[in-house]
Design a binder for this molecule. Structure first.
Ligand SMILES: [Zn+2]
Length: 88
């Protein structure tokens, strides 16, 4: 498996570090992908594409609920988004 995600994260970290204000404690900087998971299915590509959705439920009196119901699903990528190599 290629190392593009890790290499890209290093580059992003460097860019973010360069843009931090002078009062930032750079030793506390933590940069990570938002949808990174520990996988138990043996696959190594652990960064997912996040898809969020929301909708209103219809109450029993047939009026629409006041608040939205929210959810999300994560899609595993079959190919590297940077170099196009197929993930094992
Ligand atoms: Zn790659």
């Amino acid at each position: 498996m290629c190392n593009c995600l890790n290499e890209t994260l290093v580059e992003i970290t460097e860019r973010i570090t360069d843009t931090l204000s002078s009062d930032a404690d750079k030793s506390t900087l933590n940069v990570e992908y938002q949808n990174q998971f520990l996988r138990f299915d043996g696959k190594e590509n652990n960064v997912m594409i996040g898809v969020s959705f929301d909708y209103y439920k219809i109450k029993k009196d047939t009026t629409r609920a006041k608040n939205k119901t929210k959810g999300n699903v994560n899609l595993a990528m079959s190919y590297c988004p940077f170099c196009g190599d197929k993930y094992p």
